[in-house]
Design a protein. Structure first.
Length: 297
């Protein structure tokens, strides 16, 4: 634990030295009830989605932002395990009334606050309206005290995934160079773009080279423009890096265990770009929009 704390402290100092002034063309008003929400999703499992969500949250927290990480990966949540936490309470206990939301939140690396075991949200549409109102009210209070809400969604195009994706300000679609992963990523963009207009961005993970990742992104951009009449943005390319499986085995996020690894540098660059180019967000908070979709389900 001491080594981990030292690594985090060194990483914070390094980030502060490298930090650049934020662009002001798209102002973001912090300290209000409206956090910026980023949904991390993918068309299939095994592409590193949860690892990216966790380490991106850490990287954003190191920009002196208040970050909450919501585990909305139904039944397969692993964020607490990826950072060596063993929380017993989760969102299902909030649904049953055994705990309040603040009581189940875990203190993650670099000050990231984690809402674990969001599989309980799968039952939300079956709950009474009064219970839904109470839970979403608690979630909105959490949103009011953070600058970013990172949502680690499930995979695929199921409605339960779409409820979290389409309400977000930004959607990061994760793919790898595998053809099936690219096809599934396009299916996610095509499906959810029909229901709302969040800003879709693509991250190519486990790329052999930067050029390979950029080629895949350009291919998805061309296809989306041609068939969907919609523009998607390149969020970044994350290289294949042996530091990732090592971090999973040690249950220490790679940004902490291997802060100078290529994968850590790539995540840091993505986070710094997000933090410098704050965008305008809709006036309505994220969780009321998610709640509306549950009511309509």
């Amino acid at each position: 634990m001491i080594d981990q704390a030292n690594r985090l402290r060194d990483l914070v100092e390094q980030q502060q030295m490298q930090k650049q002034p934020k662009e002001t063309s798209l102002p973001f008003e912090r300290g209000t009830s409206r956090a910026r929400t980023i949904a991390i999703t993918s068309g299939k499992g095994g592409v590193g989605k949860s690892n990216i969500a966790l380490n991106l949250a850490i990287a954003l927290s190191l920009t002196e932002s208040r970050v909450c990480l919501l585990d909305a990966n139904f039944g397969l949540g692993s964020l607490d395990l990826l950072c060596g936490l063993n929380g017993y309470w989760n969102l299902s206990h909030v649904i049953t009334g055994a705990r309040q939301l603040e009581e189940i939140m875990l203190a993650g690396p670099a000050g990231v606050r984690i809402i674990p075991g969001a599989s309980g949200l799968a039952e939300m549409s079956h709950l009474s309206l009064s219970v839904q109102e109470d839970i979403f009210s608690q979630l909105e209070q959490i949103e009011a005290s953070h600058d970013y809400i990172i949502i680690d969604t499930g995979t695929g195009i199921h409605q339960s995934v779409g409820q979290f994706v389409t309400a977000a300000d930004n959607v990061f679609v994760i793919t790898t160079p595998e053809p099936t992963s690219i096809t599934d990523a396009y299916a996610v963009i095509k499906t959810f773009m029909n229901y709302s207009t969040p800003r879709f961005e693509v991250i190519v993970n486990q790329a052999k080279t930067t050029e390979q990742g950029e080629t895949i992104i350009k291919r998805l951009q061309t296809t989306s423009q041609l068939f969907l009449r919609s523009h998607i943005t390149a969020a970044g390319v994350i290289p294949f890096d042996p530091a990732v499986p090592l971090s999973v085995s040690s249950r220490i996020p790679f940004l902490v265990s291997h802060p100078t690894a290529n994968v850590s540098r790539a995540i840091t660059q993505i986070a710094q770009r997000i933090d410098r180019t704050q965008q305008k967000v809709s006036s309505k908070s994220y969780f009321p929009k998610v709640q509306q979709q549950y009511k309509a389900a």
